[in-house]
Write a protein that binds this ligand. Structure first.
Ligand code: ZN
Ligand code: FE
Length: 252
């Protein structure tokens, strides 16, 4: 296993870094360069590669400055990041070897249309697709697309370590509790997350096993959730329940 670190950036972004004991490292979604450059010099890292999940500035804004310091870095990203400093465009189904590990690339449209996830067991870098307890906003894609993206993530092993790009956990759990106020797992996780955040500690990474319990967007088959939705409207399909949740969250 490699060493996994998250570097806080902006208000609530995390820039993830995987490093080997010899200092070679991989950086995911460097939205700004300064905190990454500081971590590189503090840890004596040698950055070899950057992975980009999507084109938003809080995920790509630091790439060009990092390339000025380390011109040999290989930058992988989807077509939509073409002008953000990418050196190797990648797409659904590609396999990359980075730091001796194999990463598979899969598309996860919803937040943006070209959004990609990168998976090398046990690590999943999912950008703004899944958050702990929640899901990304639908800026470009549809709820159905995001639902399909969630299904792909849900098909990974349960001990997958999910590296989300934002610390949104507390708000997400508050939203979930507004839908399922009596849920025991949600109430327990809420207390844990509230305590961590009160001490300014991170709630990430998470695991797929944990998300299956507390991420309401992964619980579209849950009878309790179905019962709540059916009080308002009769939605029988999981993707329709997912869309209902997403639009409730938009107005939360
Ligand atoms: Zn984004
Ligand atoms: Fe973002």
């Amino acid at each position: 296993f490699m060493n996994l670190i998250s570097i806080p950036a902006f208000q609530d972004n995390y820039i993830w870094v995987l490093s080997e004991d010899d200092g070679r490292c991989l950086i995911v979604d460097p939205g700004e360069a300064a905190p990454v450059l500081r971590a590189i010099s503090d840890n004596y890292w040698h950055p070899e590669a950057i992975l980009l999940t999507h084109h938003h500035n809080d995920h790509v804004g630091g790439v060009k400055e990092l390339l000025r310091h380390f011109p040999d870095i290989v930058v992988y990203g989807p077509e939509e990041t073409r002008d953000k400093g990418v050196t190797h465009l990648v797409t659904q189904g590609d396999r990359l070897t980075i730091l001796g590990a194999e990463f598979s690339v899969f598309s996860s449209p919803g937040h943006t249309l070209g959004h990609l996830c990168y998976f090398s067991f046990p690590y999943l870098f999912c950008g703004d697709t899944m958050f702990s307890g929640g899901c990304g906003r639908l800026f470009e894609g549809t709820a159905d697309q995001m639902y399909e993206s969630f299904c792909k993530i849900n098909a990974l092993p349960e001990d997958t370590i999910i590296c989300c790009a934002h610390e949104y956990t507390l708000t997400n759990i508050k939203f979930a509790l507004s839908i399922l106020p009596e849920d025991r797992e949600l109430n327990e996780y809420y207390l844990k997350v509230k305590e961590l955040r009160a001490k300014n500690q991170k709630t990430l990474p998470t695991t797929l096993k944990n998300e299956r319990r507390i991420n309401i967007f992964l619980r579209t088959q849950d009878p309790d959730l179905a019962a709540v939705i059916n009080q308002e409207t009769n939605l029988l399909q999981p993707n329709a329940r997912f869309a209902w949740l997403r639009s409730k969250k938009d107005n939360f």
